[in-house]
Ligand binder design. Structure first.
Ligand SMILES: C[S@@+](CC[C@H](N)C(=O)[O-])C[C@H]1O[C@@H](n2cnc3c(N)ncnc32)[C@H](O)[C@@H]1O
Ligand code: SF4
Length: 453
């Protein structure tokens, strides 16, 4: 049986603008009145193992669809100044992290492989100098295949990177031209093969559905090629089209975009093929080989979710460095400035570049756990939940949510009783909308989120 069942008739009912719940509350709840002393106490009370995320914002060329925080430039020296600032930021965190061990390190962006080999060496040396990185740490990097040579990939392996993620998006020429990201399939094939030869233990490929001119037949070719490449994990993102927020997306004509039913068909096609090829559908936008750590964690009920998506560790234990990075440790969330000059200004003045933050109260914490449980495992054991969180009556506490859940229950998307909440196969697609019923903050700023499908 397929892990997800799609019913196009439900699109108009449930395809809301909603968060992806990489945190609860979402980043929109963060505010400027945040007290930086909260960071010190959150980290000092945190467990010994932490994940570290480093944001490298630079890219050589603009992809029109891109919703990431990035700066397009040809000036390689800009990365030197950025590394200077990262070194200062690491020094500010060093005293807080001296008793902690980093067991996951992830370089994201932008395009981390914008950095030259020398810059990558410097960055890794800085990290080793400031932090304790566990011997068996997962060290991963996002790669734009166009910005990575054989030498750079080999160098990454020498530096200790053991996981790679390549941006594929779509392999069709017409789509690639419309999104201003023309890349050769042979290049991707070559880099995936070389990654295997070099001994990277995990390879992820990113795809997007909902891009301009995508059609089932050509998208099926992209999906089949990805299956032939046999990655350990696949991210299948729904194109988030928010032209009022991302100016470059205005270069994509609305008329070239697939409408919601077609988008759903593209997604369905990809899910069917990936599952038939032996991938476990983790949820929302991720697939993993059955023997991959992510798939195993989900089967063991231990899957987590943080700002990088589904993960095996680092939920509520993640430090983000660099412009726009978000951290979440021990019930405290904070985000660095999204503006590079502002980030530099704070760091040069010897302070953290935190622009906004938020400390979860007990209601936030229990909702966060509930939402994480639903989005990672599609079910909640209410009895166990009430043992942990002293609620006299679960459904009395969530009476408002229960009212909002009624349509999902009536449409067979959700099973609810006193002991359990269970998202059905037909409901999995709408898990974001289901979680939104438990979100106490959602009414403000909902339009700033992308559509669920
Ligand atoms: C930081 S990029 C990955 C690394 C590298 N910059 C690249 O493009 O290959 C992260 C991923 O976000 C996804 N992405 C970017 N903008 C998106 C959007 N508007 N909607 C959905 N996914 C998006 C793409 O799949 C992209 O590979
Ligand atoms: S998708 Fe990647 S390479 Fe393209 S602009 Fe965004 S961050 Fe840069």
């Amino acid at each position: 049986m397929l892990p997800i069942q799609l019913n196009p008739a439900l699109i108009s009912k449930y395809n809301i603008n909603g968060p992806r719940y990489t945190s609860y509350p979402t980043a929109l709840a963060l505010d400027t009145g945040f007290n930086q002393a909260l960071i010190n106490s959150a980290i000092s009370q945190a467990a010994t193992n932490l994940s570290l995320y480093l944001h490298i914002p630079f890219c050589h060329k603009l992809c029109y669809y891109c919703g990431c925080n990035k700066i397009v430039t040809r000036h390689q020296h800009k990365a030197d100044s950025y590394l200077d600032a990262l070194a200062q930021e690491m020094a500010l965190y060093q005293p807080l992290l001296q008793n902690k061990s980093i067991n996951q390190l992830h370089l994201g962006g932008g395009t981390p492989t914008f950095l030259t080999e020398a810059q990558l060496s410097r960055l890794m040396a800085l990290l080793q100098q400031h932090f304790i990185i566990a011997d068996d740490a997962e060290i991963s990097i996002e790669i734009d295949p166009r910005s990575c040579s054989d030498n750079k990939l080999t160098h990454l392996r020498t530096l200790g990177f053991n996981r790679v993620s390549f941006g594929v998006q779509d392999l069709d020429d017409k789509v690639q031209i419309a999104i201003n990201r023309v890349q050769d399939t042979d290049l991707i094939r070559h880099q995936v093969a070389l990654s295997r030869e070099l001994g990277f233990s995990s390879i992820n490929l990113d795809l997007i559905y909902g891009l301009p001119y995508q059609q089932p037949a050509s998208f099926a070719e992209t999906v089949d090629e990805v299956i032939r490449l046999n990655p350990d994990r696949i991210s299948l993102f729904s194109y988030a089209h928010l032209p009022e927020r991302f100016a470059a997306q205005r270069k994509i004509a609305d008329s070239s975009l697939p409408d919601a039913p077609l988008k759903l068909e593209l997604m369905q096609l990809a899910i069917n093929r990936f599952v038939a090829a032996g991938y476990q559908f983790i949820g929302m936008d991720h697939f993993a080989r059955l023997d991959d750590a992510l798939a195993k964690a989900q089967r063991a009920g231990k899957l987590q979710r943080n700002f990088q998506g589904y993960t095996t560790a680092g939920q509520d234990a993640l430090i983000g460095l660099g412009v726009s990075s978000i951290s979440q440790v021990n019930g405290v969330l904070w985000q660095n400035s999204k503006d590079l000059p502002e980030y530099y200004q704070a760091i040069n003045a010897g302070r953290l570049a935190v622009a906004r933050g938020f400390a979860l109260n007990s209601d936030d914490k229990l909702r966060a756990e509930l939402i994480s449980q639903l989005i990672c495992h599609f079910e909640l054991d209410i009895t166990a939940f009430c043992r942990k969180w002293p609620l006299e009556s679960f459904w009395q506490y969530f009476a408002e949510a229960l009212a909002q859940l009624q349509p999902f229950i009536e449409d067979g998307l959700l099973l609810v009783n006193d002991g359990q909440i269970k998202v059905t196969a037909a409901g999995r697609l709408w898990v974001r909308s289901i979680c939104a019923c438990f979100d106490a903050y959602l009414t403000k700023g909902q339009q700033r989120y992308s559509k669920v499908v």
